[in-house]
Design a protein around this ligand. Structure first.
Ligand code: FAD
Length: 485
């Protein structure tokens, strides 16, 4: 590894012997990138680098695809403003040390990431930098505000969303005017990191399907936001719950890679004249993202452990067979299976479905929420360390402001309410597309006569439900009751 880096640095990068450098982490955008703007306006020789650590991404297979697309595009964008870019692979602190050993770096610029694991890495980099007397120029993360700054009157963290957001939003609106940063333009350069970047793609190439659904990169992030504001935001409060309709912004993967600054989303929304109910609801969802970061920063252990320790004795069940059926979308509950198949096919799942499939895993199957969290982490293009863990703890009932454990989503009723004509389910579970509408969310209730008429055999053509809804629900409630003893 080190030899490889030596070669690359010597032959190719030619970092001048005394300079400041820009550490690119997750803010893969030019627009409103505070570290980049400050770096480029204060320096002449512009060199940026990204360190890819396979250990970090080994549990995020889907995101590797997005990262490859995103870095490749970002390199070109950086080149167009005169910033050289180098892609390295290895543990961040080891590669960083190597860069410092070989070159006289005098200062470091970067944007922060408010994820406790990233903060640990940042602290190591700061330590190494301090030893070499580097000047550190760190800028705020891709959040509306510092997640530790908004607390209750007694200075303890919020654990309920509504009062948190009331306080945080008010503060942010007061602050939100001075984020526009002008970039200076320089000559174009060319670069050839592409081959090394592409090496990180997973061996199994299911991700090729993602190309049909997504165009990563800053340009498309901005386009997606503009279209959402123009055509969808006013009806967002209604359409956001209907999975067969594209009623949400689908900005989550762009946010996960920092291809758009959340402050720009917020300010573009603020500039809308008609502050509709849809607008309010949308701003609220952005607030949930802030809240998730508030939580993981105040309670970093929640990435692995129940926020409410009352759940530590919950009788989870280990069942590899059922877990596998859930992952593959073969539970026999069409709405659950549709959600899981949408995830596998597109790398994204509608929020309503995340709640339905999540509830099914932790309540009907009583499999630990960490299993779900892990699978989502690996499969979602928009995996976000705060939103994912907060989402899973919320659904399991062990998190902040969580859905109470005894509120168990009924997959049939959820399907009938949010996909009444079965449009979504038929799209992702085509084997049941000929079922009469009244059975689309409960195929097992069809009589032999109906099955014969439409030539459908539940066992052969689809799946029998892996658990009985009523029995599973009662067992989950009983398990929950056991916590109270
Ligand atoms: P929109 O409805 O357009 O919302 C706009 C933005 O607001 C989103 O991009 C997101 O940044 C934020 N947002 C919306 N809903 C939530 C929410 N409930 N919690 C926090 N932020 C929210 N979101 C992720 O970005 N990454 C994850 O890994 C993730 N895992 C989840 C796991 C579970 C079990 C659940 C229930 C939810 C999870 N969410 C996650 C939240 C939510 O489902 C997604 O943010 C949303 O579906 C993304 O689609 P969108 O961009 O079209 O959302």
């Amino acid at each position: 590894m080190i030899n490889f880096i030596d070669k690359i640095l010597d032959i190719y990068c030619k970092i001048p012997h005394s300079m400041n450098v820009l550490w690119i982490r997750s803010d893969l955008r030019i627009r409103n990138n505070v570290a980049l703007a400050n770096y480029s306006s204060q320096n002449n020789n512009l060199f940026s680098f990204y360190i890819y650590d396979e250990k970090k991404f080994s549990t995020r297979s889907a995101q590797k695809w997005w990262l490859v697309q995103s870095l490749t595009k970002f390199e070109k964008d950086l080149a167009s403003i005169g910033v050289k870019f180098k892609f390295f692979e290895g543990a961040e602190e080891i590669i960083f040390k190597k860069i410092l050993d070989d070159f006289k770096v005098t200062g470091l610029f970067y944007n922060k990431i408010d994820d406790p694991d990233e903060i640990k890495i940042e602290n190591k980099i700061i330590q190494i930098s301090n030893k070499k007397n580097l000047e550190i120029n760190a800028y705020p993360s891709n959040l509306l505000q510092d997640p530790l700054k908004t607390n209750k009157a007694d200075n303890t963290p919020f654990q309920v969303f509504t009062p948190y957001w009331k306080s945080a939003e008010e503060k942010y609106v007061k602050l939100s005017s001075d984020h526009e940063i002008k970039l200076k333009k320089n000559a174009k350069i060319t670069n050839d990191n592409k081959k090394n970047i592409e090496k990180i793609l997973p061996k199994k190439d299911w991700f090729k399907k993602f190309e049909k659904y997504w165009v990563p990169g800053e340009e498309n992030a901005k386009k997606t936001l503009n279209e959402f504001i123009k055509n969808k935001i006013s009806n967002y409060h209604k359409a956001r719950d209907i999975p067969s309709v594209e009623g949400t912004s689908k900005l989550s993967p762009y946010l996960a890679f920092g291809e758009i600054n959340v402050k720009d989303i917020f300010s573009d929304c603020l500039s809308i004249k008609n502050k509709s109910t849809g607008y309010r609801k949308y701003i609220n969802e952005i607030g949930w993202r802030e809240f998730a970061y508030h939580l993981i920063n105040h309670f970093p252990t929640m990435k692995q452990k129940n926020l409410r320790s009352q759940f530590d004795n919950f009788p989870w069940i280990k069942n590899e067979k059922f877990l596998k059926r859930w992952k593959k979308g073969q539970t026999g509950y069409p709405i659950v299976d549709a959600g899981m198949r949408e995830l596998y096919e597109t790398g994204w799942m509608h929020n309503r479905l995340r709640m339905i499939v999540g509830s099914f895993l932790v309540k009907h199957l009583r499999i630990h929420w960490l299993e779900g969290e892990k699978y989502f982490q690996d499969s979602l293009l928009d995996y976000d360390p705060a939103n994912n863990v907060a989402g899973w703890q919320w659904i399991a009932g062990c998190g902040a402001d969580a859905a109470p454990y005894f509120r168990i989503f009924n997959p049939m009723l959820q399907g009938e309410k949010f996909d009444p004509d079965g449009i979504y389910v038929k799209k992702w579970v085509p084997e049941i597309k000929n079922l009469p509408k009244e059975f689309i969310h409960k195929p097992w209730e069809m009589t032999d006569e109906i099955c014969a008429k439409i030539k459908f055999n539940l066992k052969k053509d689809y799946f029998e439900p892996i658990v009985d809804h009523t029995e599973a629900r009662n067992a989950a409630l009983q398990a929950f009751q056991s916590l109270k003893k």
